[in-house]
Design a protein around this ligand. Structure first.
Ligand code: SF4
Ligand code: SF4
Length: 372
């Protein structure tokens, strides 16, 4: 059986563009009531990674949140918006900064819906997931389309990591620091908490060393919608210039039968995929899947190492990286941030929370020698 996704163009984040584009995407899929029952309680989860302005392109744009709220209110739903921002930042004062700077607090106030924190949890298998999944009858996933130094792509399935409450995310980074293991863990979460609907903010995407300030913005002018996160992420992988199987979590989810990644089996409604593709995305430094022949890839993975380096001239000394590091590899030495590479597990959590793009990804000498 084929899966179905909508792919529509949307040129900018003004409400006059976002709302009609989202409405159009959902209409192509049979309308919002094909996914959500009228008058239901609905949890909406954007990707709110850090306290940063919408134009920086790190968080899901607040106008995407507004459009989905309006569409849900048209069918009398009771809407709750929430996320568990970043891995380091579960204190309420820090959360408040994320709500405010991301613009989501203002949208929720204007649209008169409740912004909720993921403080209460219920263990599902090995994960403490937000109890708002139990409080609400439906769950809508609102990821942003970005590259990611650990998972290569951050979109529909990766956004579900934010369902894990507070600092337990740090423990998971420590337990699953290899790309393949982390990807399998993400698929475990997807299997436990499949969204009823996912709408991807791909109007301004991110390439390079995403998913935060070290990445580069890229205008892609798209919105995607559907209920199969594997299909949505597969289409995004192709837009990046990759194959779905190049993204380890897509490969794993496909193997487990959790969705469809074969492009011939995905019915794309709206824009034509070939017409929206442009030049391939700049990949994260720690990704080399496009650069070497596949048979050599497994050998290279074992030999090559990537690691974070602090650019002290850009550092704001905010200590977010130090508070984040799951391996306690970051300390202050001579009034500067310093990394103990004997402890570093190359999870790139530090880069993910750095507000100043002050953490670069460096390649090991071997990676440079073999041209990765
Ligand atoms: S220094 Fe950065 S990459 Fe290394 S373990 Fe700590 S957070 Fe992860
Ligand atoms: S490297 Fe980035 S996160 Fe770490 S202290 Fe400096 S500005 Fe903050």
């Amino acid at each position: 059986m084929k899966s179905k996704i909508a792919l529509v163009s949307c040129k900018n984040y003004t409400p006059d563009h976002v709302y009609p584009a989202m409405h159009h995407a959902l209409a192509l899929l049979g309308g919002i009531t094909n996914f959500i029952r009228p008058a239901a309680k609905v949890l909406v989860k954007p990707n709110l990674l850090m306290a940063i302005e919408p134009e920086k392109g790190v968080d899901t744009h607040p106008e995407i949140v507004r459009a989905v709220i309006r569409i849900l209110k048209e069918i009398d739903c009771h809407v709750f918006v929430g996320d568990s921002p970043s891995v380091w930042d579960s204190q309420s004062s820090n959360l408040e900064r994320v709500w405010e700077r991301s613009g989501v607090k203002q949208v929720c106030q204007e649209e008169k819906v409740e912004l909720v924190t993921f403080a209460k949890r219920r263990w599902r298998d090995k994960f403490p997931l937000t109890s708002w999944l139990d409080e609400c009858e439906y769950f809508i996933n609102l990821p942003k389309f970005k590259t990611h130094n650990l998972t290569i792509l951050s979109a529909a399935i990766k956004n579900l990591f934010g369902l894990v409450c507070g600092s337990y995310k740090l423990q998971l980074h420590k337990d699953y620091f290899e790309r393949e293991d982390f990807s399998k863990m993400l698929v475990d979460i997807y299997a436990l908490a499949k969204p009823h609907l996912t709408i991807v903010d791909a109007i301004v995407a991110m390439e390079g060393d995403g998913p935060a300030t070290a990445g580069r913005l890229r205008q892609t002018n798209l919105l995607l919608a559907g209920d199969d996160c594997v299909s949505l992420d597969s289409v995004l992988a192709i837009i990046m210039g990759l194959k779905p199987a190049d993204i380890p979590y897509i490969k794993e989810a496909t193997l487990r039968g959790l969705g469809i990644s074969k492009i011939e089996d995905i019915e794309i409604l709206g824009e034509k995929l070939e017409e929206v593709k442009s030049k391939p995305f700049l990949l994260p430094t720690a990704s080399f899947s496009r650069k070497i022949p596949r048979p050599l890839l497994e050998i290279a993975k074992k030999l090559v190492r990537y690691y974070p380096v602090i650019q002290h001239n850009k550092c704001l000394f905010c200590l977010a990286c130090l508070n984040t590091c799951p391996s306690k590899a970051i300390a202050i030495e001579n009034k500067k941030i310093s990394i103990d590479y004997a402890k570093c597990i190359a999870c790139f959590c530090c880069q993910e929370v750095c507000p100043a793009a002050a953490i670069k990804t460096k390649k090991s000498i071997l990676a440079k020698i073999i041209g990765l």
